[in-house]
Design a protein around this ligand. Structure first.
Ligand code: IMP
Ligand code: MG
Length: 175
C-alpha cells in the first residue's frame, strides 16, 4: 500500500521547542555536568540537537533495547541489545527518548538504570502520547504532547524508514 506523510510538527517548531528544553536543562543543571543517555535508534536525532543547545558540560552515552513479545505491542520486558559504555554511578543522568507511548519500555528501563546508582535520573522525551499510557511514567521534559497517531521523522521510523525527516509527520495510507 502506498503511503504519504502529512506534516504534524514542522521543522521550525520542533527546533524552537528543542531550544526551549535545552535552555531549561541548562538552568536546571547549572553548576553540574549532565550525562545524556540516548535510547537508540529513535532518540539519536533528538539527543544530538538537544545536546548542542545545552550550555552546561555534557557527556553522552548510548544504549539499545528491544522489547520481548510481538513487534507491534511492547511487552514491557526489555532486553539490552547494546549496553552503556560508562557507569552511571554518581552522575546526573537524563534519559533522552523519541516518544513515550504505552510507557512500558521506559518504566522498565528507568528502574533498571536507577539500580546503577546515578545521583539523579530524569526523563526527556521529544513526544508524548498520554492517551496511550498503560504504565505510569514520570516525564520530566516533554517536547510535545500529541494525539494517538502513528508518527515518523526526527528519529522515529515506520518499518525503519523516515527517521531522517527533519520534521514530525503522520503516516497516511493512500487507497
Ligand atoms: P512504549 O512506550 O513501551 O509503548 O514504546 C515506545 C516505543 O514504541 C518508542 O520508543 C518507539 O520506538 C515506538 N513507537 C511508539 N509510538 C510510535 C510512533 O508513533 N511512531 C514510531 N514509533 C513509535
Ligand atoms: Mg524508542
Amino acid at each position: 500500500m502506498a503511503e504519504h506523510i502529512r506534516v504534524l510538527l514542522p521543522e521550525e517548531e520542533v527546533d524552537a521547542r528543542i531550544q526551549e528544553i535545552g535552555d531549561q536543562i541548562s538552568r536546571d543543571y547549572a553548576g553540574k555536568q549532565v550525562h545524556l543517555v540516548c535510547v537508540l535508534k529513535g532518540g539519536s536525532f533528538f539527543m544530538c540537537e538537544l545536546a548542542k543547545r545545552i550550555s552546561v558540560p555534557v557527556s553522552l552515552d548510548f544504549m539499545s533495547v528491544s522489547s520481548y513479545g510481538s513487534d507491534t505491542k511492547s511487552s514491557g520486558v526489555v532486553k539490552i541489545v547494546k549496553d552503556l559504555d560508562e557507569s552511571l554511578k554518581d552522575k546526573d543522568v537524563v534519559v533522552v527518548e523519541d516518544i513515550v507511548d504505552s510507557g512500558r519500555t521506559l518504566s522498565y528501563l528507568l528502574e533498571m538504570l536507577r539500580d546503577r546508582g546515578p545521583r539523579s535520573l530524569r526523563l526527556c522525551t521529544l513526544l508524548d502520547k498520554p492517551e496511550r499510557r498503560v504504565v505510569e511514567v514520570k516525564v520530566d521534559y516533554t517536547g510535545f504532547q500529541i494525539p494517538d497517531q502513528f508518527v515518523v521523522g526526527y528519529g522515529l521510523d515506520y518499518d525503519q524508514r523516515y527517521r531522517n525527516l527533519p520534521y514530525i509527520g503522520v503516516v497516511e495510507f493512500d487507497n
